[in-house]
Design a protein around this ligand. Structure first.
Ligand code: IMP
Length: 173
């Protein structure tokens, strides 16, 4: 396992993203939707840098496939608790990879007529995109490879790491 992004790098970038969001949503009260489980650490650090009125809700999806590859079939396993019609919505993701999860979520949320819909992701594997999806706020564009830490898991492990690490091919715990 090799450290890809240090705790300090992540925290600095989050402050920059928070400044951007703060500027873009001046006078508004956005609702930030964390996509479980991978985004919960990022979301909790992000909102504590956002000195503005905001709300938080969560959704969860699962995609069929093994631990490290997605089949592209996305299923909603937890829906929002609140209505978003007329609201400024920001989807908060851990990683955008093929883009299939995000495309599914955007289509679902747009049917509910939010005033606006933006996407904020900690990590973007843009080279692996299979479908085009807009990303408004991105922490880091990263190389291909399986990453863990800072909320992101491998078989439910490593979420508690303060940094993001890449699991190398010869990785054996
Ligand atoms: P997409 O639908 O292919 O864009 O996949 C997005 C989701 O796949 C992310 O929200 C993660 O949950 C998961 N994922 C993609 N790459 C990784 C990785 O390197 N480590 C852990 N989870 C990943």
């Amino acid at each position: 396992m090799r450290v890809l992004l240090s705790e300090q790098q992540i925290q600095e970038r989050i402050r920059e993203i928070a400044t951007q969001i703060h500027t873009d949503y001046e006078g508004k009260k956005p609702i930030l939707i964390g996509i479980l489980k991978g985004s919960f650490v990022f979301l909790s650090d992000l909102i504590r840098e956002l000195e503005m009125e905001l709300e938080v809700d969560f959704m969860a999806t699962s995609s069929y496939g093994d631990a490290t590859t997605s089949s592209g079939v996305v299923q909603l396993t937890k829906d929002l608790d609140v209505a978003i019609e007329g609201r400024d919505v920001i989807i908060v993701e851990d990683i955008v990879d093929t883009g299939l999860t995000l495309r599914y979520l955007r289509q679902l949320l747009l049917q509910r007529f939010p005033a606006s819909l933006a996407v904020c992701t900690l990590l973007d594997k843009s080279a692996r995109r299979q479908v085009e999806v807009p990303v408004d706020y991105c922490g880091f564009d990263i190389e291909d490879g399986f990453v863990v830490g800072y909320g992101i898991d491998y078989a439910q492990k490593y979420r508690q790491l303060r940094f993001v690490a890449i699991i190398e091919e010869d990785f054996n715990e």
